[in-house]
Design a protein. Structure first.
Length: 250
């Protein structure tokens, strides 16, 4: 399904539950994960939305939780990292889906000579997943995908490939952003609220599908085919739309 470009989501409400991707959704994508910029205005927006919804705001990202905490500074809210493999609830409890460490170490070792030959490739070890970025070497896209598929297939464990914008990632199978959303929706304050999932990348399709299944609001950011039912043009449009939920609430 390809969502029409002009299918703007309905006016937001503080009665809903918000699940937000980070890179490409709340902040603009940079050449490397460490090069992104988070300004004080965005942090204030997230904090105000979190407060106005009674805590029903969670970031659901491919980044690890420790990385998200660094971006947020002193802001505390529910976080799902590494595509849902690690998840912190509103009470601060941490839930982790185990990954096969031996397989990950073997794949990382196999990638070492590849990275030496191709300095434009960047390997990000998130702890539970391995992400190979090729944004600085786009001509190596096909090679990167073939290589990671081969390494995942030869590991002999329950691993899968997750594609993204200029990145291909090896992760444990069966856990994704959709399962993270489903887990949050069994817990307060997310229970009984209409869920909203906003994302921009292929790995966000799992989140879109989950909220679609329960008549939620799925919002794709930017161009490209998607199962999301609504669309916003860019990061700035996401900020404006979320800000509309706070009008008259502060």
């Amino acid at each position: 399904m390809n969502t029409p470009r002009n299918n703007t989501p309905p006016a937001p409400s503080v009665e809903w539950a918000y699940f937000l991707d980070v890179d490409g959704t709340l902040i603009d994508i940079a050449d490397s994960p460490d090069a992104v910029h988070v300004d004080a205005t965005l942090l204030e927006l997230i904090q105000c939305l979190h407060r106005a919804t009674g805590g029903a705001v969670a970031l659901v990202s491919g980044r690890c939780i420790s990385d998200l905490e660094g971006l947020l500074g002193g802001l505390h809210l529910p976080l799902a990292g590494q595509h849902g493999l690690e998840r912190r609830d509103l009470a601060g409890r941490l839930w982790i889906h185990a990954a096969p460490p031996d397989a990950k170490c073997a794949i990382k070792e196999a990638l070492s000579p590849v990275l030496a030959r191709h300095p434009g490739l960047l390997l990000e070890d998130k702890g539970l997943t391995l992400a190979l970025h090729y944004r600085m070497a786009p001509s190596l896209a096909g090679y990167a995908h073939r290589l990671m598929r081969r390494l995942a297939g030869s590991a002999g464990t329950d691993l899968e490939i997750q594609r993204g914008k200029c990145v291909v990632e090896i992760k444990p199978a069966g856990v994704d952003k959709g399962t993270a959303v489903a887990e949050y929706l069994t817990e307060p304050p997310f229970q009984t609220r209409r869920p909203v999932f906003i994302g921009d990348d292929l790995n966000d399709e799992h989140g879109f599908a989950e909220v679609n299944r329960i008549d939620g609001i799925s919002v794709k950011v930017g161009k490209g085919p998607s199962c999301a039912r609504y669309r916003l043009a860019d990061v700035a449009a996401v900020h404006r739309w979320l800000g509309d939920a706070l009008k008259g609430k502060e």
